[in-house]
Each structure stands twice: as structure tokens, then as C-alpha cells.
Design a protein around this ligand. Structure first.
Ligand code: NAP
Length: 277
């Protein structure tokens, strides 16, 4: 039996490094591999999960939405987000979960003891990762979420979707061409993929921000995006996406093996990942 992370492209995925380390540490006698697949292979992979030949799957770009039509049941969270990143056999059903949002909040809670209750959060991006994180932020009862995205229509779509899910959290539109977070903002999150390539610079004004503001860029490669460099230079605490990646992986690991990883397991793997790229 084995596990896979599937997507296209997949060669840069750190998930095998993370999971194989824990699999070996806990002597599970399994192997976790990456598999670049075309969309038409998704049904047969799910069949192998159903037959117990595959213990678990992680799904990454571009199949997090597509996979839903082939699995039997998805969690409330995955339904909310409209995307699945973890698949396994639960009873006799192929089950899908999404661990991105919880991975994000855990990372910040651990690293900065950040308390999300009643915070104001400024989010760049309205893609899959943004949906995952916002769904979790609403659960955590943040006070205000500002959202900006290059394609305006996707921002309005996201806002109307989540407005129907919460009465507590205020959701506000921000124009991508006018990124000026105010002094109420506690946390800025980049959930876009803009920053993965050299010289991709998000034009954002940092003049009005409070000293305690935190920036999280969920990109983990490069380790420091231009956005992180800008905020660091201004003296703000910054975190890249590696902590989130490892925390979401730990949640998947618990779903597959019912093993709650210790902090030490998580820190060890972060160090290994850091050194691997
Ligand atoms: P996605 O659904 O494809 O969304 C991509 C987002 O990036 C959209 O908001 C898109 O805006 C924006 N974008 C793309 N090119 C842009 C450009 N040139 N200028 C401005 N905005 C641009 O992808 P996703 O799943 O949300 O993933 C987004 C990023 O998060 C990726 O870098 C991924 O690796 C990272 N991620 C990290 C973790 C982690 O654990 N650290 C987990 C999940 C994802 P438009 O709507 O205008 O196209």
C-alpha cells in the first residue's frame, strides 16, 4: 500500500519529503510518492483508494475541484471551500477533506500565538487557497476580512459566497489597483501565486500600518517573495508558506493514520524542508 500526491506539475512538491519522514519515524512501512497525472486518470486513482490499494491521496493544483466529482462524500469544510486536498477510505466510502485552512491558522497560532478572534485581515487573492483560509477565518470569528484580487469578478463572487455563510464577520471589497490597508489591519495574507517568479512585485502601500502587523505569504518557494522583502524592510514580522504546508500535512497524516504528530515531529520536518530547497 502506498500514498500519493497528485497534480500537474508536481515535481517541486515537498509533500513526499514531509510524509516519508513521518512514515519512517513511526515505522509505518509505507511509501509516499508524487505522481504527475492527467485529469482522465482521476477516476482510476479513486477506484484504487476504494479497493484499499492506495491508503491516501493529497490533491494539488489543478485537480482540487475536479476530484470532488469522483469521491463519495466530502466534509462540511471541503464543501464550503469547494476543493479537496486529502482523500482516504472512511468506512466503505472514499472521503475528501480540505486541510489548507486549518494548516494556515495552526501555523500562525503556533508561531506567534496569534488569536484570530475579532481581528481585521487583509487578503490578496480569491483562488482556491483564499477560499480555504477564509472559510477557517470565519469559523475563528475574525471581525473583518478585506479581499482584493486581480480579476475583480472573482472577488465579488467570493464575497457574495461567504456573505451568505456569516453574519458575524464583515467582508469587504478592495480594488486590486488600490491596495492601501488601514491601521485597523492586524494581518495581511498573500494567497496569490504572484510572487513565485522573480521580480513579481505586488504594489501595496505600507504607510498606514500598525507596528504589530503580521504578513504571511503562503508561497514557500522562493523562501522570500518580494512582498516579504518589502514588509521585512519596514520592520514587520513575516512568515512564508512553509509552516502552513507542514501543518496542513500533519492534519492529513492524522486523518490517514490517526497519529497526532508532536511539535517535535513538525519542527524536525520543517528543518529538513528548509534545507532541501
Ligand atoms: P489558484 O486557485 O489558481 O489561484 C491563484 C490566485 O493567484 C488567484 O487569486 C489569481 O488571481 C492570482 N494570480 C495569479 N497570477 C496572478 C498575477 N499575475 N497577478 C495577480 N494575481 C495573480 O491557486 P491556489 O490554489 O489558490 O494557490 C495560490 C498560491 O498558494 C500558490 O502559490 C500555491 O502554491 C500556494 N499555496 C500554498 C499552500 C501552503 O500550504 N503553503 C497551500 C495552498 C496553496 P486571478 O483570479 O486574477 O487569476
Amino acid at each position: 500500500m502506498t500514498l500519493f500526491v497528485i497534480g500537474k506539475p508536481i515535481k517541486h512538491s515537498l509533500s513526499p519529503v514531509i510524509h516519508n519522514f513521518w512514515i519512517n519515524k513511526y515505522k509505518l512501512g509505507l511509501e509516499y510518492n508524487k505522481l504527475e497525472v492527467e485529469k482522465d486518470l482521476l477516476p482510476s486513482l479513486i477506484e484504487r483508494v476504494r479497493k484499499g490499494k492506495i491508503t491516501g491521496l493529497n490533491i494539488t493544483l489543478p485537480y482540487k475541484k475536479d476530484i470532488i466529482s469522483y469521491i463519495d462524500e466530502i466534509s462540511h469544510t471541503a464543501k464550503d471551500i469547494g476543493a479537496v486536498n486529502t482523500v482516504f477510505l472512511k468506512g466503505n466510502k472514499v472521503y475528501g477533506e480540505n486541510t489548507d485552512g486549518i494548516g494556515f491558522t495552526k501555523a500562525l497560532e503556533k508561531k506567534k500565538k496569534f488569536n484570530f478572534l475579532n481581528k481585521s485581515i487583509y487578503i490578496l487573492g480569491a483562488g482556491g487557497a483564499s477560499y480555504g483560509i477564509i472559510s477557517r477565518l470565519i469559523e475563528k470569528k475574525v471581525q473583518t476580512i478585506y479581499v482584493a484580487n486581480r480579476t475583480k469578478q472573482k472577488t465579488t463572487q467570493l464575497l457574495s459566497y461567504f456573505k451568505s455563510k456569516t453574519k458575524y464577520t464583515k467582508l469587504k471589497f478592495v480594488d486590486w489597483k488600490h491596495l492601501v490597508p488601514g491601521s485597523d489591519v492586524d494581518l495581511v495574507i498573500n494567497t496569490t501565486s504572484f510572487g513565485m517568479k522573480k521580480n513579481q512585485i505586488i504594489e501595496i502601500n505600507t504607510e498606514n500600518l500598525k507596528d504589530s502587523l503580521i504578513l504571511v505569504d503562503i508561497i514557500y518557494s522562493p523562501k522570500e517573495t518580494e512582498l516579504i522583502k518589502l514588509f521585512k524592510k519596514k520592520g514587520f514580522f513575516c512568515m512564508n508558506g512553509l509552516n502552513m504546508l507542514v501543518e496542513q500535512a500533519a492534519v492529513s497524516f492524522k486523518l490517514w493514520f490517526n497519529i497526532s504528530l508532536k511539535n517535535e515531529d513538525i519542527e524536525e520536518v520543517k528543518r529538513i524542508c528548509e534545507a532541501s530547497y
